[in-house]
Ligand binder design. Sequence first.
Ligand code: SAM
Length: 259
Amino acid sequence: MLSYQHAYHAGNLADLHKHALLATAMDYLTRKDKPLSYLETHAGRGLYRLDGAEALKTGEAAAGIERAASQGWLPEDHPLMRALTAIRSSRGGNTYPGSPLIAAHFLRPDDRVHLAELHPAEHAALSTVTGFATLHQRDGFEMAQAVCPPTPRRGMLLIDPSFEVKADYAAIPRHIAKIARKWNVGVIALWYPILTDDRHLPMVRDLMRDHPDALLSEVRFPPARPGHSMVGSGMWVVNPPWGLADEAARLETIFAERA
Ligand code: SAM
């Protein structure tokens, strides 16, 4: 059963961490004059309204991207801020782009995009804002196994599950090992929540055992509400593009000082 809806959480501090690294990676990868593939296993609806009932109910965007933008956490020329400004100028000032639109901001006409989203309503909403992509309404890991290695062969895969089932944590290293074997040049990024019970630790240990050169970036922040169990955000990246480790270190300092 799919109950998670990202509209309640879009633009929160975890999105800021994940999307700042995604935008930095895409900015670098698209500098080279060679086409690439961009893939996502769990795409969401692509565009969110920060004045919508869901965002207002949780206040997570107000404490996340809105606070970070008003306090200048990221410079105006940061790839995420450039993408945000451009997308808001065409889609409206109260919107927040999901990862597919952030990635698409950097893409060129010859780049190829595959997005999986299983939830029927999220998939339908995604289809209204992603004319540039091939959409798959199927399990994201099945899509990635089917499409990898993609054409063009260089590129990036973002895995951003909703972690609704505890078993996801054990299954993810196995899924990633299979994908990485088929696509050894791909940049493969996984986002995961840091919860108060540290349930991500065995998953991260298995991922690092299989891919010892991967980049691991974690930031901490206060819970969105008293008693809320998410207290941080993790991004783990195989074949990280040049400069991503420096950007991860910069973000870790910003979160430590300001979150
Ligand atoms: N990546 C998006 C972003 O950063 O803007 C947010 C994605 S949200 C965390 C996770 C999404 O995965 C939800 O929209 C959910 O409906 C979808 N989902 C859940 N299980 C899935 C599965 N097995 N395959 C594909 N999508 C799934």
